[in-house]
Design a protein around this ligand. Structure first.
Ligand code: HEC
Ligand code: HEC
Length: 343
Protein backbone atom coordinates (compact mmCIF):
# COMPACT_ATOMS: atom_id res chain seq x y z
CA UNK A 1 0.00 0.00 0.00
CA UNK A 2 2.61 2.52 1.12
CA UNK A 3 4.78 1.45 -1.76
CA UNK A 4 2.08 2.42 -4.26
CA UNK A 5 1.69 5.83 -2.66
CA UNK A 6 5.44 6.23 -2.86
CA UNK A 7 5.43 5.47 -6.60
CA UNK A 8 2.61 7.96 -7.11
CA UNK A 9 4.59 10.52 -5.17
CA UNK A 10 7.70 9.98 -7.32
CA UNK A 11 5.62 10.19 -10.51
CA UNK A 12 4.08 13.41 -9.24
CA UNK A 13 7.53 14.86 -8.56
CA UNK A 14 8.66 14.08 -12.08
CA UNK A 15 5.57 15.53 -13.66
CA UNK A 16 6.17 18.80 -11.76
CA UNK A 17 9.70 19.11 -13.06
CA UNK A 18 9.86 22.02 -15.53
CA UNK A 19 9.80 20.74 -19.08
CA UNK A 20 11.52 22.46 -22.00
CA UNK A 21 8.09 24.15 -22.49
CA UNK A 22 4.98 22.20 -23.33
CA UNK A 23 4.68 22.60 -27.07
CA UNK A 24 8.36 23.06 -27.82
CA UNK A 25 10.40 20.50 -29.75
CA UNK A 26 13.48 18.68 -28.50
CA UNK A 27 16.90 19.21 -30.00
CA UNK A 28 20.06 17.35 -29.10
CA UNK A 29 23.16 18.95 -27.65
CA UNK A 30 25.12 18.81 -30.92
CA UNK A 31 22.36 20.53 -32.94
CA UNK A 32 22.00 23.06 -30.13
CA UNK A 33 25.68 23.99 -30.34
CA UNK A 34 25.76 23.99 -34.16
CA UNK A 35 22.86 26.40 -34.39
CA UNK A 36 24.36 28.74 -31.79
CA UNK A 37 27.61 28.80 -33.78
CA UNK A 38 25.66 29.52 -36.99
CA UNK A 39 23.78 32.34 -35.30
CA UNK A 40 26.94 33.84 -33.84
CA UNK A 41 28.56 33.72 -37.27
CA UNK A 42 25.86 35.72 -39.02
CA UNK A 43 24.34 37.97 -36.38
CA UNK A 44 25.68 40.35 -33.75
CA UNK A 45 23.78 41.23 -30.58
CA UNK A 46 22.28 44.63 -29.82
CA UNK A 47 22.84 46.06 -26.38
CA UNK A 48 20.56 48.20 -24.30
CA UNK A 49 20.97 51.92 -24.89
CA UNK A 50 21.48 53.67 -21.59
CA UNK A 51 20.43 57.29 -21.84
CA UNK A 52 21.85 57.91 -18.34
CA UNK A 53 25.31 57.36 -19.75
CA UNK A 54 25.10 60.27 -22.22
CA UNK A 55 26.90 63.45 -21.25
CA UNK A 56 24.53 66.30 -20.26
CA UNK A 57 24.99 68.20 -23.57
CA UNK A 58 24.19 65.17 -25.71
CA UNK A 59 21.25 64.33 -23.50
CA UNK A 60 19.85 67.79 -24.00
CA UNK A 61 20.20 67.34 -27.77
CA UNK A 62 18.29 64.04 -27.57
CA UNK A 63 15.52 65.72 -25.57
CA UNK A 64 15.33 68.53 -28.11
CA UNK A 65 15.11 65.95 -30.91
CA UNK A 66 12.35 64.16 -29.06
CA UNK A 67 10.41 67.42 -28.64
CA UNK A 68 10.65 67.96 -32.42
CA UNK A 69 9.64 64.35 -33.13
CA UNK A 70 6.38 64.90 -31.25
CA UNK A 71 5.67 68.44 -32.50
CA UNK A 72 2.73 68.88 -34.88
CA UNK A 73 3.96 72.32 -35.93
CA UNK A 74 6.39 70.44 -38.17
CA UNK A 75 3.51 69.69 -40.54
CA UNK A 76 2.07 72.27 -42.93
CA UNK A 77 -1.44 72.05 -41.51
CA UNK A 78 -0.09 71.39 -37.98
CA UNK A 79 -2.14 68.19 -37.80
CA UNK A 80 0.51 65.44 -37.60
CA UNK A 81 3.93 64.80 -36.08
CA UNK A 82 6.58 62.19 -36.83
CA UNK A 83 4.92 59.90 -34.29
CA UNK A 84 1.60 59.96 -36.19
CA UNK A 85 3.19 57.52 -38.62
CA UNK A 86 6.07 56.31 -36.43
CA UNK A 87 4.11 55.47 -33.26
CA UNK A 88 6.25 54.09 -30.41
CA UNK A 89 3.26 52.16 -29.07
CA UNK A 90 3.23 50.34 -32.41
CA UNK A 91 6.97 49.72 -32.62
CA UNK A 92 7.72 52.82 -34.68
CA UNK A 93 5.05 52.28 -37.37
CA UNK A 94 1.27 52.77 -37.70
CA UNK A 95 0.37 49.31 -39.04
CA UNK A 96 -1.34 50.83 -42.09
CA UNK A 97 -0.36 49.85 -45.64
CA UNK A 98 0.01 53.57 -46.54
CA UNK A 99 -0.06 56.38 -43.96
CA UNK A 100 -2.21 59.48 -44.45
CA UNK A 101 -0.32 62.80 -44.65
CA UNK A 102 -1.22 66.09 -42.97
CA UNK A 103 -4.23 66.66 -45.28
CA UNK A 104 -5.09 62.95 -45.43
CA UNK A 105 -3.22 62.63 -48.72
CA UNK A 106 -1.64 59.25 -49.55
CA UNK A 107 1.75 58.30 -51.01
CA UNK A 108 2.71 54.90 -52.37
CA UNK A 109 5.08 53.47 -49.77
CA UNK A 110 4.63 51.80 -46.41
CA UNK A 111 6.05 53.45 -43.28
CA UNK A 112 9.18 51.64 -42.06
CA UNK A 113 10.02 51.67 -38.35
CA UNK A 114 12.25 54.36 -36.82
CA UNK A 115 13.47 51.82 -34.23
CA UNK A 116 17.08 50.79 -34.96
CA UNK A 117 16.77 52.62 -38.30
CA UNK A 118 20.05 54.50 -37.77
CA UNK A 119 21.89 51.15 -37.86
CA UNK A 120 21.03 50.72 -41.56
CA UNK A 121 23.47 51.64 -44.33
CA UNK A 122 20.86 53.98 -45.80
CA UNK A 123 17.33 55.29 -45.23
CA UNK A 124 14.11 55.04 -47.31
CA UNK A 125 12.88 52.08 -49.35
CA UNK A 126 15.02 53.26 -52.26
CA UNK A 127 17.99 53.98 -49.96
CA UNK A 128 18.27 57.57 -51.20
CA UNK A 129 19.31 59.13 -47.88
CA UNK A 130 22.33 57.87 -46.02
CA UNK A 131 21.87 58.87 -42.39
CA UNK A 132 18.85 59.53 -40.19
CA UNK A 133 19.99 63.17 -40.13
CA UNK A 134 19.87 63.37 -43.95
CA UNK A 135 16.56 61.54 -43.92
CA UNK A 136 14.50 63.64 -41.53
CA UNK A 137 13.91 66.71 -43.70
CA UNK A 138 12.38 64.43 -46.35
CA UNK A 139 9.05 63.84 -44.56
CA UNK A 140 8.79 67.41 -43.26
CA UNK A 141 8.64 68.83 -46.79
CA UNK A 142 7.30 65.71 -48.52
CA UNK A 143 3.95 66.32 -50.24
CA UNK A 144 2.62 62.99 -49.05
CA UNK A 145 3.77 63.44 -45.47
CA UNK A 146 3.99 66.63 -43.43
CA UNK A 147 3.89 68.89 -46.47
CA UNK A 148 5.60 71.90 -44.92
CA UNK A 149 5.66 74.65 -47.56
CA UNK A 150 9.35 75.68 -47.16
CA UNK A 151 12.29 75.95 -44.77
CA UNK A 152 11.51 79.60 -43.95
CA UNK A 153 8.09 78.60 -42.57
CA UNK A 154 9.60 75.72 -40.59
CA UNK A 155 12.36 77.81 -39.03
CA UNK A 156 9.94 80.66 -38.30
CA UNK A 157 7.63 78.33 -36.40
CA UNK A 158 10.52 77.06 -34.32
CA UNK A 159 11.81 80.62 -33.69
CA UNK A 160 8.42 81.61 -32.31
CA UNK A 161 8.67 79.06 -29.54
CA UNK A 162 10.58 80.14 -26.46
CA UNK A 163 11.67 76.60 -25.53
CA UNK A 164 13.22 76.10 -28.97
CA UNK A 165 14.95 79.51 -28.95
CA UNK A 166 16.53 78.77 -25.59
CA UNK A 167 17.31 75.08 -26.10
CA UNK A 168 18.72 75.28 -29.65
CA UNK A 169 21.06 78.07 -28.43
CA UNK A 170 22.18 75.93 -25.47
CA UNK A 171 22.63 72.74 -27.46
CA UNK A 172 24.39 74.36 -30.43
CA UNK A 173 26.42 77.21 -28.88
CA UNK A 174 28.96 77.20 -31.72
CA UNK A 175 26.51 77.31 -34.64
CA UNK A 176 26.29 80.55 -36.65
CA UNK A 177 22.50 80.41 -36.32
CA UNK A 178 21.24 78.22 -33.52
CA UNK A 179 17.98 77.31 -35.28
CA UNK A 180 18.79 76.12 -38.79
CA UNK A 181 18.02 73.13 -41.00
CA UNK A 182 21.42 71.70 -40.01
CA UNK A 183 20.83 71.91 -36.26
CA UNK A 184 17.25 70.68 -36.72
CA UNK A 185 18.56 67.55 -38.47
CA UNK A 186 21.21 66.96 -35.84
CA UNK A 187 18.68 67.15 -33.00
CA UNK A 188 16.16 64.74 -34.54
CA UNK A 189 19.02 62.43 -35.55
CA UNK A 190 20.37 62.46 -31.97
CA UNK A 191 16.98 61.26 -30.72
CA UNK A 192 16.72 58.56 -33.39
CA UNK A 193 20.19 57.28 -32.53
CA UNK A 194 18.89 56.29 -29.08
CA UNK A 195 16.12 54.04 -30.44
CA UNK A 196 17.74 50.63 -29.96
CA UNK A 197 15.59 47.61 -29.04
CA UNK A 198 17.50 44.62 -27.65
CA UNK A 199 15.41 41.42 -27.64
CA UNK A 200 15.48 37.80 -26.37
CA UNK A 201 17.48 36.87 -29.50
CA UNK A 202 20.34 39.05 -28.24
CA UNK A 203 20.42 37.19 -24.93
CA UNK A 204 20.60 33.98 -26.94
CA UNK A 205 23.47 35.32 -29.07
CA UNK A 206 25.29 36.20 -25.87
CA UNK A 207 25.01 32.54 -24.83
CA UNK A 208 21.75 32.20 -22.87
CA UNK A 209 20.33 29.05 -24.48
CA UNK A 210 17.05 29.38 -22.59
CA UNK A 211 16.34 32.87 -23.93
CA UNK A 212 14.54 31.52 -27.01
CA UNK A 213 12.56 28.36 -27.79
CA UNK A 214 13.94 25.36 -29.64
CA UNK A 215 11.51 26.06 -32.48
CA UNK A 216 13.04 29.53 -32.80
CA UNK A 217 16.50 27.94 -32.92
CA UNK A 218 15.35 25.63 -35.72
CA UNK A 219 13.98 28.81 -37.32
CA UNK A 220 17.48 30.32 -37.28
CA UNK A 221 18.72 27.18 -39.04
CA UNK A 222 15.86 27.29 -41.57
CA UNK A 223 16.62 30.97 -42.20
CA UNK A 224 20.21 30.00 -43.08
CA UNK A 225 19.23 26.86 -45.06
CA UNK A 226 16.66 28.73 -47.17
CA UNK A 227 19.25 31.28 -48.31
CA UNK A 228 18.02 34.36 -46.43
CA UNK A 229 21.41 35.29 -44.94
CA UNK A 230 23.15 36.91 -47.95
CA UNK A 231 20.66 39.78 -47.68
CA UNK A 232 19.43 39.61 -44.08
CA UNK A 233 22.23 39.42 -41.50
CA UNK A 234 24.22 41.55 -38.98
CA UNK A 235 22.71 43.08 -35.84
CA UNK A 236 19.44 44.17 -37.45
CA UNK A 237 19.02 41.22 -39.88
CA UNK A 238 19.10 43.43 -42.96
CA UNK A 239 19.39 47.13 -43.76
CA UNK A 240 22.87 46.83 -45.25
CA UNK A 241 22.22 46.78 -49.03
CA UNK A 242 19.61 47.16 -51.77
CA UNK A 243 18.47 44.22 -53.91
CA UNK A 244 16.02 43.47 -56.67
CA UNK A 245 12.51 42.43 -55.65
CA UNK A 246 12.00 39.92 -57.17
CA UNK A 247 15.08 38.06 -58.38
CA UNK A 248 12.73 35.31 -59.64
CA UNK A 249 9.60 36.58 -61.40
CA UNK A 250 7.85 39.90 -60.79
CA UNK A 251 7.10 41.06 -57.28
CA UNK A 252 3.51 42.10 -58.01
CA UNK A 253 2.68 38.53 -59.08
CA UNK A 254 3.43 37.53 -55.47
CA UNK A 255 2.08 40.57 -53.63
CA UNK A 256 -0.89 41.47 -55.89
CA UNK A 257 0.25 45.09 -55.72
CA UNK A 258 -1.84 47.38 -57.91
CA UNK A 259 0.80 50.13 -58.19
CA UNK A 260 4.07 49.05 -59.81
CA UNK A 261 6.91 50.82 -58.01
CA UNK A 262 10.25 50.87 -59.87
CA UNK A 263 12.18 51.28 -56.62
CA UNK A 264 15.65 52.83 -56.74
CA UNK A 265 15.30 53.44 -60.48
CA UNK A 266 12.92 56.30 -59.70
CA UNK A 267 15.77 58.05 -57.96
CA UNK A 268 18.92 56.99 -59.90
CA UNK A 269 17.36 56.47 -63.40
CA UNK A 270 19.86 53.62 -63.81
CA UNK A 271 18.08 50.73 -65.62
CA UNK A 272 19.97 48.30 -63.36
CA UNK A 273 18.09 49.80 -60.40
CA UNK A 274 14.62 48.86 -61.67
CA UNK A 275 12.65 47.18 -58.85
CA UNK A 276 15.64 47.47 -56.51
CA UNK A 277 14.67 48.21 -52.90
CA UNK A 278 16.59 48.49 -49.68
CA UNK A 279 16.67 45.15 -47.88
CA UNK A 280 14.68 46.00 -44.76
CA UNK A 281 15.86 45.24 -41.26
CA UNK A 282 13.85 42.53 -39.51
CA UNK A 283 14.01 43.76 -35.90
CA UNK A 284 10.47 43.84 -34.37
CA UNK A 285 9.17 42.39 -37.64
CA UNK A 286 6.20 40.60 -36.02
CA UNK A 287 4.94 44.01 -34.84
CA UNK A 288 5.62 46.11 -37.95
CA UNK A 289 3.00 44.66 -40.29
CA UNK A 290 1.90 45.07 -43.05
CA UNK A 291 4.93 44.07 -45.11
CA UNK A 292 6.91 45.11 -48.18
CA UNK A 293 7.48 48.59 -49.59
CA UNK A 294 3.77 49.09 -50.27
CA UNK A 295 2.36 47.24 -47.26
CA UNK A 296 0.69 44.82 -49.68
CA UNK A 297 1.04 41.69 -47.51
CA UNK A 298 -0.32 41.66 -43.97
CA UNK A 299 0.47 38.07 -42.96
CA UNK A 300 4.11 37.55 -41.93
CA UNK A 301 4.11 33.84 -42.81
CA UNK A 302 2.90 34.79 -46.29
CA UNK A 303 5.73 37.37 -46.53
CA UNK A 304 8.27 34.69 -45.55
CA UNK A 305 6.88 32.30 -48.16
CA UNK A 306 7.00 35.04 -50.82
CA UNK A 307 10.65 35.80 -49.99
CA UNK A 308 11.47 32.13 -50.59
CA UNK A 309 9.85 32.17 -54.02
CA UNK A 310 10.95 35.65 -55.06
CA UNK A 311 14.49 35.90 -53.71
CA UNK A 312 15.84 32.36 -53.32
CA UNK A 313 13.64 30.40 -55.73
CA UNK A 314 12.67 27.92 -53.04
CA UNK A 315 9.20 26.60 -52.25
CA UNK A 316 9.65 26.59 -48.52
CA UNK A 317 8.39 23.78 -46.31
CA UNK A 318 5.56 24.83 -43.99
CA UNK A 319 7.63 23.66 -41.02
CA UNK A 320 10.48 26.00 -42.02
CA UNK A 321 8.06 28.92 -42.42
CA UNK A 322 6.58 28.22 -38.98
CA UNK A 323 10.00 27.97 -37.35
CA UNK A 324 11.29 31.14 -39.03
CA UNK A 325 8.19 32.87 -37.68
CA UNK A 326 9.16 31.62 -34.18
CA UNK A 327 12.68 33.01 -34.74
CA UNK A 328 11.19 36.37 -35.83
CA UNK A 329 9.18 36.52 -32.58
CA UNK A 330 12.48 36.59 -30.67
CA UNK A 331 13.40 39.85 -32.45
CA UNK A 332 10.63 41.78 -30.71
CA UNK A 333 12.58 44.02 -28.38
CA UNK A 334 12.23 46.45 -25.56
CA UNK A 335 11.61 50.05 -26.59
CA UNK A 336 13.57 52.48 -24.41
CA UNK A 337 11.32 54.31 -21.91
CA UNK A 338 12.46 57.78 -22.90
CA UNK A 339 11.21 57.23 -26.47
CA UNK A 340 7.55 57.53 -25.42
CA UNK A 341 5.93 60.95 -25.55
CA UNK A 342 5.10 61.39 -21.90
CA UNK A 343 8.12 59.73 -20.33
C1 HEC B 1 2.71 60.66 -43.11
C2 HEC B 1 3.50 59.64 -42.46
C3 HEC B 1 4.91 59.97 -42.05
C4 HEC B 1 5.34 61.01 -41.25
C5 HEC B 1 4.52 62.10 -40.63
C6 HEC B 1 6.78 60.81 -41.10
N1 HEC B 1 7.16 59.69 -41.77
FE1 HEC B 1 9.00 58.86 -41.71
N2 HEC B 1 8.48 57.64 -43.21
C7 HEC B 1 7.22 57.53 -43.76
C8 HEC B 1 7.27 56.74 -44.96
C9 HEC B 1 6.09 56.37 -45.85
C10 HEC B 1 8.61 56.39 -45.14
C11 HEC B 1 9.19 55.59 -46.31
C12 HEC B 1 9.26 56.50 -47.52
C13 HEC B 1 10.06 55.94 -48.65
O1 HEC B 1 10.90 55.09 -48.43
O2 HEC B 1 9.87 56.40 -49.79
C14 HEC B 1 9.35 56.95 -44.00
C15 HEC B 1 10.71 56.76 -43.76
C16 HEC B 1 11.35 57.19 -42.60
C17 HEC B 1 12.66 56.77 -42.18
C18 HEC B 1 13.55 55.78 -42.89
C19 HEC B 1 13.42 54.42 -42.30
C20 HEC B 1 13.95 53.34 -43.21
O3 HEC B 1 14.09 52.21 -42.74
O4 HEC B 1 14.20 53.59 -44.39
C21 HEC B 1 12.95 57.44 -41.01
C22 HEC B 1 14.21 57.34 -40.19
C23 HEC B 1 11.82 58.31 -40.75
N3 HEC B 1 10.85 58.10 -41.72
C24 HEC B 1 11.75 59.23 -39.73
C25 HEC B 1 10.78 60.23 -39.68
C26 HEC B 1 10.86 61.44 -38.90
C27 HEC B 1 12.02 61.83 -38.01
C28 HEC B 1 9.71 62.15 -39.10
C29 HEC B 1 9.33 63.51 -38.59
C30 HEC B 1 10.20 64.60 -38.94
C31 HEC B 1 8.89 61.33 -40.01
N4 HEC B 1 9.58 60.22 -40.36
C32 HEC B 1 7.59 61.66 -40.38
C33 HEC B 1 6.07 58.08 -43.23
C34 HEC B 1 6.08 59.17 -42.39
C1 HEC C 1 18.43 38.79 -52.58
C2 HEC C 1 18.19 39.44 -51.31
C3 HEC C 1 17.16 38.82 -50.37
C4 HEC C 1 17.06 37.53 -49.92
C5 HEC C 1 17.94 36.35 -50.29
C6 HEC C 1 15.96 37.51 -48.98
N1 HEC C 1 15.40 38.76 -48.87
FE1 HEC C 1 13.89 39.30 -47.62
N2 HEC C 1 13.83 41.13 -48.51
C7 HEC C 1 14.68 41.57 -49.52
C8 HEC C 1 14.19 42.82 -50.05
C9 HEC C 1 14.83 43.64 -51.16
C10 HEC C 1 13.01 43.11 -49.34
C11 HEC C 1 12.10 44.33 -49.56
C12 HEC C 1 11.18 44.07 -50.73
C13 HEC C 1 10.18 45.17 -50.92
O1 HEC C 1 9.38 45.42 -50.03
O2 HEC C 1 10.19 45.83 -51.95
C14 HEC C 1 12.82 42.03 -48.37
C15 HEC C 1 11.77 41.97 -47.44
C16 HEC C 1 11.61 40.96 -46.51
C17 HEC C 1 10.57 40.93 -45.52
C18 HEC C 1 9.53 42.02 -45.29
C19 HEC C 1 10.12 43.09 -44.39
C20 HEC C 1 9.26 44.31 -44.21
O3 HEC C 1 9.52 45.07 -43.26
O4 HEC C 1 8.36 44.56 -45.00
C21 HEC C 1 10.71 39.77 -44.81
C22 HEC C 1 9.86 39.29 -43.66
C23 HEC C 1 11.83 39.06 -45.39
N3 HEC C 1 12.37 39.82 -46.40
C24 HEC C 1 12.26 37.79 -45.00
C25 HEC C 1 13.13 37.02 -45.76
C26 HEC C 1 13.30 35.59 -45.59
C27 HEC C 1 12.60 34.74 -44.56
C28 HEC C 1 14.22 35.20 -46.52
C29 HEC C 1 14.70 33.81 -46.83
C30 HEC C 1 13.67 32.89 -47.28
C31 HEC C 1 14.59 36.38 -47.28
N4 HEC C 1 13.91 37.46 -46.80
C32 HEC C 1 15.51 36.37 -48.31
C33 HEC C 1 15.81 40.91 -49.96
C34 HEC C 1 16.09 39.58 -49.72
Amino acid sequence: MNKIYFIFFVLLLFSCKPKATKDDVKIDEKTEQNILQLAKGYFTPLSKFDIEKLNPERRKMVELGKRLFYDKRLSGDQTINCASCHDMNKYGVDNLPISPGDKKQFGTRNTPTVLNAFLQYAQFWDAHARTVEDQCVGPVFGNFEMDMPDTVTLLKRLEEDEYYRKTFAEVFPKADTAISVTTFKRAIGAFERTLVTPAPFDEYLKGDLKAISNKAKLGVKAFVDNGCIPCHSTSIIGGQMAQKFALYGYYWDYTNSSYIDKGRYGFTKDPGDKFVFKVPQLRNIVKTYPYFHDGSVSDLKEAIKIMGMAETNIQMKQEDIDNIYEFFKTLTGEIPDHAFENK
